[in-house]
Write a protein that binds this ligand. Structure first.
Ligand code: PLP
Length: 377
């Protein structure tokens, strides 16, 4: 059997990883500022993470949501504490798309409505409703097309207000990333998020904060949406949550009352997934990683802004987009193959930095020095 060939691959096989470093099959070391797409949050093979997963695997790896799983309760408590959403409720699932799918479903159950407002440039995943609220027609199959989705321009308060005025009674939810990731590191303005909050309150719609990429402490606050000083009704999370173990969740405001069967999944919240997620939160808490993300992230942004050749530097904390002109389109490949540094990308010509939250200043400097060499070649 062959693999279904959907991924454009770099010709690199990673055989070993620790902290912010990975090694290929030829033992070449790389600095990883991409973390497999914002997934590695506490560093590769962190000793506490490995121990917690190994210990758990030696006890029980999996059982379904037909029995009590105290680790889920521990996880909910720890997540409430680290994120500051103590009175929220947690539903566990397996991926970012699934988290958004469940958040949208929950919203629709809550107010009995069908329409969803999403924004230009948004990416929310590839499953049926998650892809329908994603602004990329190329990946929306005919069966996923959904007439209930209203796409509005990003950060446009007037368009949002007018849409609510015209159809407010039909709108189930507004879904928005705190910082658009796939869309090229575009931050939702504070006033826009505040406007979403007030319109959702006025019309009884649900504010869904997609924190799959921009959340989990990456920007210095646990949820980047919270820079706006208003709370969402539902936060979706995945990527950094398990440091590579597939685990995702939605944090749900107290006003939502669950009923048996409303949401469900076979694998979600299994023992190993909870152990992975707990290990991540314990390290984040113990090592003050959100503070570090803010500090090293701000440093990187300030330094990157000094490069004349860079068109724009966007983002917050360790979610950084470096927009380059056309003639510097080669920089990302050169960073990887000459300087052995993994970075992410976004179209048309944006380098995305999404490193683990325990990146050091020295590692940031290593990148800056390689970046300078690449620009000035
Ligand atoms: C903002 C956002 N939401 C949702 C998703 C989908 O997550 P997953 O690939 O885990 O389904 C992604 C993935 O890149 C994302 O960036």
């Amino acid at each position: 059997m062959n693999l279904f060939d959907v991924y454009p691959l770099n010709d690199i096989e990673i055989t070993k990883a620790t902290g912010l470093h990975v090694w290929d099959a030829n033992d070449q070391q790389y600095l990883d500022l991409y973390g497999g797409h914002a997934v590695i949050s506490i560093g590769h093979t962190h000793p506490h993470y490995v121990k917690r997963l190994t210990d758990q695997l030696n006890k029980v790896g999996f059982y379904s949501n037909s029995v009590k799983i105290p680790l889920q309760v521990q996880l909910a408590e720890k997540l409430g504490q680290v994120s500051g959403k103590i009175d929220f409720q947690l539903f566990l699932c397996n991926s970012g798309a699934e988290a958004n799918e469940n958040a949208l479903k929950l919203a629709s159950f809550y107010n009995g409505r069908k329409k969803v407002i999403a924004f230009k440039g948004a990416f929310h995943g590839r499953t049926s409703l998650a892809v329908a609220v994603t602004d990329n027609p190329k990946i929306v199959a005919p069966v996923n097309e959904n007439e209930n989705i209203i796409f509005l321009p990003h950060n446009n308060e007037v368009a949002l207000e007018e849409t609510f005025k015209a159809q407010g009674d039909e709108i189930a939810a507004v879904i928005i990333e705190g910082i658009q990731g796939v869309g090229g590191i575009k931050e939702a303005s504070k006033s826009f998020l505040q406007k979403i909050r007030s319109l959702c309150d006025e019309y009884n719609a649900v504010y869904i904060a997609d924190s799959v990429q921009c959340g989990y402490g990456r920007t210095g606050l646990f949820y980047s949406h919270d820079y706006a000083g208003v709370e969402a009704d539902v936060y979706t999370m995945a990527k950094g949550m398990g440091n590579g173990f597939p685990v995702a969740g939605i944090a749900i405001a107290p006003k939502f009352k669950a009923w048996h069967g409303e949401l469900g999944t076979t694998f979600g919240g299994n023992h190993l997934a909870c152990a992975a997620a707990l290990a991540v939160l314990e390290i984040m808490d113990q090592d003050n990683l959100m503070k570090n993300a803010e500090k090293v992230g701000n440093y990187l942004v300030e330094e990157l802004k000094k490069f004349e050749q860079v068109k724009e530097v966007r983002g917050r904390g360790l979610m950084i987009g470096i927009e380059l002109p056309e003639e510097l389109a080669h920089v990302k490949k050169e960073l990887l193959f000459t300087h052995h540094i993994f970075t992410g990308e976004a179209k048309p010509n944006v380098i995305r930095l999404l490193p683990a939250l325990n990146i050091t200043k020295a590692q940031a400097d290593e990148f800056l020095s390689a970046f300078e060499k690449t620009l000035n070649k």
